[in-house]
Design a protein around this ligand. Structure first.
Ligand code: ATP
Length: 886
């Protein structure tokens, strides 16, 4: 259901409810007991090994997460119902002739209108746009009249219509819908269902994100694509980035007023040069409109409130007078111009308004010149026009050549922009050059200008595209700026804090930061990670310079809680970065992040980076980002989130044969790739250990990293794997995110990952920096449910390779040599892991049966016993096939 609020703010009510509900649900879930176990970082291996009832750390954590999720869902449902009921009664009351304003009108802060307003105030701003979309992406094919299908950027999901909120507010009976129609039509607002063909061409239709190529409409509110204050429309921004190639798109949502500047700053080099070099009037539109297919979301925050004023609609025209004179490249926009001409009166005016907003006035036609007879045209005129045309054609050619050149490079992650053009310190540029970084990557080009402006930014970019440098450069700049004004401190404050979810990632980021600050004398980078001696950390922090701190949340919390002098140093913080932000804001870490954020100054810049940004994380990101934050999305809504040069396959093989199949796949790959470098992801640490011992016995060159290994060992193996090839790394979730192992040729995921994000991040260990790679997901037939979660990724079913008898026997022999205690631990871990996956744990009998089969596959004739309490906690007590320890 779509409703217009004051100032033409249109919202999808379904989504609105979810948001309001979420806020409550979130505060509820935040009230969950914060046990020591809940604070554990699952990958880090710190903390107690077992929990009440004999549960492992993982099982305990999952149990709590599951409970919290259930509660969150319940609250959401409840609030949704309540909210719907309020809204319905309000709309009904406004329809009745002479009906008094609904009692809710006069109620206090809990009135439904106050509720709507409060929510809108909070959520109708940039960065919150996908909160309106329950499905976070393509919703349904928009049923549009034919002539509207020609105008993707301005179409509205069918059936959406506007409610005159002022009338609803005043209790008046609203006027009948524009273009005729009946009050019955209004009733349909309530149904939320689109009505095909209704009011075709007569009613104002809101521009919805409609992608003609993909053939679906997203029911995102129109303002999502439009920066009301600045008049910076979606397509303008889209076009400026769109220059980089048809597959690449970012959505950038800057705060509005400086939009023009930032738009220019964000414009890729070539586009800028084109615009600057010649007549901007011609060059810019060419650069801007060469691609129509892509979609960028541009929304503004600070001035969003102005959209509440019914009279604010003219703003866009005022803000962008310069753009009015721009002539839209005919070859792109002609259809839109034509159809506008066909529309009568008011509707046409409104349509033009949307289109103007959407196109940043670039679609404003120039006044048609009265036709002159041939004789009337002077020679000068003709010469001038010919020159104009020539110039236009030349520009078009330049652009075409640029585009072809760009396309021919394929999906390159690098752009034409160099670091020395980014406005960063020359000493940093020198360090970058030493490291071989000359040109920026896509994410660096898109994120740097906004980050350097000091804004809060959420950045989404594919794995392996250089996000670390994209946040390290602003961190260094902010430290340099801060150091200028803090010269008299005995111990320098920590100016930049970078949080990473895993120790490996923190170590890697620290190393990278050290490379970049090597010419900045006096700037120190240090790391705080679990698994090292607390006292040593402390001494190091006090003795060595540390303006940039890279930390994992658990260890950082320890320091904040135990060292007041450390907290004091953090009070000078200027910049906070959350790398792998979606994971850090996930339930497992959220409490720590909240506490950390509480102990940092409010006046700071916050940057969030990740390759995946699920809707849930988008919501909670607002707890660390300020209202005016910018969302830079270099992946794009509906675009494939995995690197295009990575070939993805899945194999469905009975679980009993998984270990044999991994061995078979590895052998095959080693035969094909001389310089192979493979990562095998297993479901749990203990299964990883089992796999490692088995593969080692099969004489493969293999290493292991998982949370049960000491930190020194993990770091050593990680470094060894980074620097070598012809090596296989068997690992668990500790290596899923962020870790940069160059030139990985194959990633095997044995067993379903915990979720879609995990799949994408694991796969992202190969195909980095735009290189090619291969990913294989190995699942059992009963794990095929997971394919639904990744159905939009280019993954294909592969034929199952044959395993000959001799090879099978070899693997069976190696399985036999693994110690029984490891097998038992692997069985328990396996059971805990799958019990935490809702799709599987629903049927406990089946789960117990599958676990027994897994036990057989690792050489256990009968499943090991469970503690009674553990079985009880896992809901497995009395389930056939589960043996309880006497
Ligand atoms: N401008 C650049 N020029 C050349 N190489 C670069 C550039 N930026 C980053 N790299 C290299 O690209 C690789 C991947 O970078 P990085 O690890 O930052 O990717 P990421 O996007 O953070 O990946 P993930 O999502 O997996 O964390 C690294 O080896 C890094 O050194």
């Amino acid at each position: 259901m779509i409703v217009e609020l004051p100032g033409n703010v249109v919202v999808r009510i379904g989504a609105l409810q979810s948001i309001s509900i979420f806020t409550q649900a979130f505060s509820e879930s935040a009230a969950q007991p914060n046990t020591a176990a809940a604070r554990q970082e699952p990958e880090m291996g710190g903390g107690p090994r077992t929990f009440p009832g004999g549960l492992s750390k993982w099982q305990h954590k999952r149990m709590h997460e599951k409970l919290a999720r259930g509660k969150e869902r319940g609250l959401l449902r409840h609030e949704k119902q309540l909210y719907l009921a309020r809204l319905r009664s309000e709309i009904r009351a406004s329809h009745l002739p002479g009906a008094p304003a609904s009692p809710a009108d006069h109620a206090g802060p809990t009135s439904s209108r106050a509720h709507i307003r409060a929510l809108a105030d909070r959520f109708l701003r940039p960065g919150a746009e996908d909160l309106w979309n329950d499905d976070d992406g393509p919703l349904r094919r928009a049923r549009l009249p034919l002539h509207q299908q020609q105008q993707p950027a301005r179409s509205l999901p069918s059936g959406a219509r506007m409610v005159d909120w002022k009338q609803v507010e005043s209790g008046e009976k609203p006027k009948p819908p524009r273009g005729g129609g009946d009050w019955k039509d209004w009733e349909e607002l309530d149904s939320g269902e689109p009505t095909a063909g209704r009011g075709a061409g007569n009613e104002p239709r809101l521009p919805a994100a409609f992608n003609q190529r993909r053939g679906y409409g997203t029911a995102a509110p129109w303002w999502w694509q439009w920066s009301p204050g600045s008049g910076m429309p979606l397509q303008r921004k889209e076009a400026s980035f769109g220059f980089f190639g048809p597959k690449r798109c970012y959505s950038v949502m800057p705060p509005c007023s400086p939009c023009r500047e930032s738009g220019a700053a964000l414009m890729p080099l070539v586009a800028r040069q084109l615009a600057e070099a010649g007549d901007g009037r011609k060059a810019t539109p060419l650069a801007l409109f060469y691609t129509q297919e892509r979609l960028y979301s541009v929304a503004a925050t600070r001035r969003f409130g102005q959209k509440w004023r019914p009279d604010s609609s003219d703003e866009d025209e005022e803000v962008m007078p310069a753009a009015r004179g721009l002539r839209l490249a005919k070859f792109v926009a002609s259809r839109e111009d034509e159809s506008e001409d066909d529309e009568p009166g008011e509707t046409s005016a409104i349509r033009r308004k949307w289109s103007t907003a959407a196109l940043r006035n670039c679609d404003m036609k120039r006044d048609r010149r009265p036709l002159k007879s041939y004789e009337e045209e002077s020679d000068d005129d003709i010469t001038g026009r010919i020159q104009e045309l020539r110039e236009e054609i030349r520009n078009r050619e330049v652009l075409g050549a640029e585009r072809r050149r760009y396309e021919s490079r394929g999906e390159s992650v690098f752009t034409n922009k160099r670091f020395d053009e980014c406005g960063i310190s020359p000493l940093t540029v020198e360090a970058l050059t030493d490291a071989g970084y000359i040109q920026t990557t896509v994410v660096q080009e898109a994120a740097l200008p906004v980050c350097l402006e000091g804004k809060d930014v959420l950045v989404k970019a594919k794995t392996g595209t250089g996000k670390s440098v994209a946040f390290l450069l602003p961190a260094i700049e902010s430290v340099l700026n801060a150091m200028k004004s803090h010269t008299n401190h005995r111990v320098s404050p920590i100016f930049a804090l970078i949080l990473c979810p895993t120790r490996e990632l923190a170590v890697q980021v620290t190393a990278e930061a050290n490379v970049l600050v090597k010419y900045h004398h006096g700037v120190g980078v240090q790391s705080l990670i679990g698994g090292t001696r607390f006292k040593l950390d402390q001494r190091r922090l006090e003795s060595d310079p540390c303006q940039i701190l890279v930390a994992t949340p658990g260890r950082l919390m320890d320091h904040i809680e135990n060292r007041s002098s450390f907290s004091v140093r953090l009070m000078g913080l200027k910049l906070l970065v959350l790398d792998e932000a979606d994971h850090l804001l996930d339930l497992g870490f959220r409490k720590d992040i909240e506490k950390i954020a509480d102990s940092l100054p409010r006046q700071r810049q916050t940057l969030l980076f990740s390759a995946t940004v699920p809707k849930e994380v988008r919501r909670v990101s607002q707890m660390v980002l300020n209202k005016d934050h910018v969302f830079v999305d270099t992946v794009g809504l509906g675009a494939v989130e995995t690197p295009t040069k990575v070939q993805q396959q899945y194999l469905v093989v009975p679980h009993e044969l998984h270990f044999h199949m991994v061995h078979r796949l590895l052998r095959e790959h080693i035969d094909q790739e001389v310089d192979y470098k493979v990562i095998v992801f297993c479901t749990t640490a203990m299964v990883t250990e089992f796999m490692y011992i088995m593969l080692r016995d099969l004489k493969l060159n293999v290493r292991e990293i998982h949370s049960r290994k000491p930190q020194l060992y993990r770091t050593r193996i990680s470094e060894e794997f980074r620097d070598s090839n012809r090596l296989i790394l068997v690992t668990s979730d500790v290596s899923t995110r962020g870790v940069n192992y160059p030139d990985v040729t194959l990633v095997i995921q044995a067993g379903v990952p915990p979720g879609r994000e995990h799949y994408i991040h694991r796969l992202g260990r190969t195909g980095r920096e735009g290189k090619s790679g291969k990913g294989i997901l190995l699942i059992a037939p009963w794990e095929e449910y997971f394919l639904k979660e990744i159905h939009d990724l280019p993954i294909q079913k592969a034929p199952v390779p044959q395993i000959d008898q001799e090879m099978k026997q070899k693997v069976d022999d190696s399985i036999k040599i693994v110690d029984m205690s490891i097998k038992e631990a692997a069985y328990h871990a396996w059971l805990g892991y799958y019990n935490s996956i809702a799709d599987i744990s629903r049927d406990k009998v089946m789960l117990a049966d599958l676990a027994s089969r897994f036990g057989v596959s690792i050489g256990m004739e009968k499943p090991p016993t469970l503690f009674r309490k553990t079985a009880l906690k896992m809901g497995l007590k009395g389930v056939p096939g589960i043996r309880i320890r006497k």
